[in-house]
Design a protein around this ligand. Structure first.
Ligand code: NAP
Length: 305
């Protein structure tokens, strides 16, 4: 019998992974927040994945964090700010040698989880797949992409990557996962906060070229000081390329703010500014961007962390 996948968080990415793994015939269990969420889930009986307009229903078993079964393979699909507290709730169920896959955007939450479960093998992931919820327990697969996975402490690829291949989840084992996460963080810092402050789609930043270029220069300096020179390579050109290629899109942070949802600021721009302070680096534009964003969130009645 294959090792069951426990998926913590039945949101956009959690559902995208759980449904594809289940469709491949792999055992999957969904861990929901609490008994009330489990009752709501059981009333519907499964998750729906909408792909190119076609909806498929998957009757995946749901459970609460305090169910007894030991967990060997855990996919953490919560937001960055929920990851560590959510893992803390199920930490007592992790079997010796358990593996924990962290899908969170940004940096900071992965180390918090790893510190919470020191006996587990923590695998960091960086994904360009896109999904959103169009109802409770229903997810639309909006953008095909790729997921890189890696372990900063142990370079050997895990056996369960075969499950991802069977499930049709495009992926690659990466020896430099931290570089990928830093690079994505830098791209996010150069684009997302400005789309919120200027109230525009990504393409709207073409009119703010100088502001973007100044941020890229500071972000490049930060990456160098943080021992991530590879993540700094040609950063301004890639930021420009991403802005052009995604000109019609609203950034994830823009969408969070527009929907009055908490952002992941502390794990993106907040993490970058904290790293600059740690390295005694003076990055005035990045600092100012953080202050402007925090003020904007506060004015909108949103959490500033
Ligand atoms: P999401 O749709 O908001 O889903 C998060 C889920 O976590 C929610 O279902 C939430 O439960 C659940 N949760 C929170 N605390 C929990 C707890 N203690 N126990 C159990 N479940 C808990 O978020 P998402 O869009 O999938 O994003 C997850 C991460 O992936 C983020 O870091 C995001 O930046 C990253 N990411 C997302 C995408 C994307 O396209 N969506 C792409 C790349 C990266 P409730 O439903 O009860 O609130």
């Amino acid at each position: 019998m294959a090792t069951p996948w426990h998926v913590l968080g039945a949101g956009s990415l959690g559902t995208l992974w759980a449904t594809r793994l289940a469709r491949a015939g792999l055992p999957v269990r969904l861990i929901l927040r609490n008994a009330a969420r489990l009752v709501a889930y059981q009333a519907v009986g499964g998750l729906t994945l909408v792909e190119q307009g076609d909806a498929s229903f998957h009757a995946i078993t749901g459970e609460t964090p305090d169910t007894g079964e030991p967990i060997h393979l855990l996919l953490v699909a919560c937001k960055a700010y929920d990851a560590e507290p959510a893992v803390a709730q199920i930490a007592h169920r992790l079997a010796p040698g358990a593996q924990v896959i962290l899908l969170q955007n940004g940096l900071g939450s992965q180390d918090a989880v790893a510190a919470r479960v020191p006996g587990a093998r923590c695998i960091f992931a960086s994904s360009t797949e896109g999904a959103f919820r169009d109802g409770d327990w229903r997810v639309v697969f909006a953008g095909h992409g790729f997921t890189w996975l890696g372990d900063v402490r142990q370079p050997l690829a895990p056996l369960w990557l075969e499950d991802l291949s069977a499930a049709g989840i495009p992926h690659e084992w990466s020896a430099d996962i931290l570089t990928r996460l830093w690079r994505k963080l830098a791209l996010n810092c150069a684009i997302n906060p400005l789309t919120v402050l200027h109230g525009c789609r990504n393409g709207g930043l073409l009119a703010h070229h100088c502001e973007v270029a100044t941020l890229c220069a500071e972000l490049g300096e930060l990456l160098e000081h943080c021992g991530q020179p590879a993540a700094a390579l040609d950063l301004p050109a890639e930021v420009e390329r991403v802005i052009q290629a995604t000109a019609a899109n609203y950034s994830s942070m823009y969408q969070d703010v527009a929907h009055q949802r908490r952002t992941e600021i502390s794990y993106l721009l907040g993490y970058a500014c904290a790293a600059a302070t740690r390295h005694q680096l003076n990055l005035p534009h990045l600092e100012q961007l953080q202050q402007r964003l925090i003020a904007h969130l506060a004015t909108g009645g949103l959490p500033t962390d």
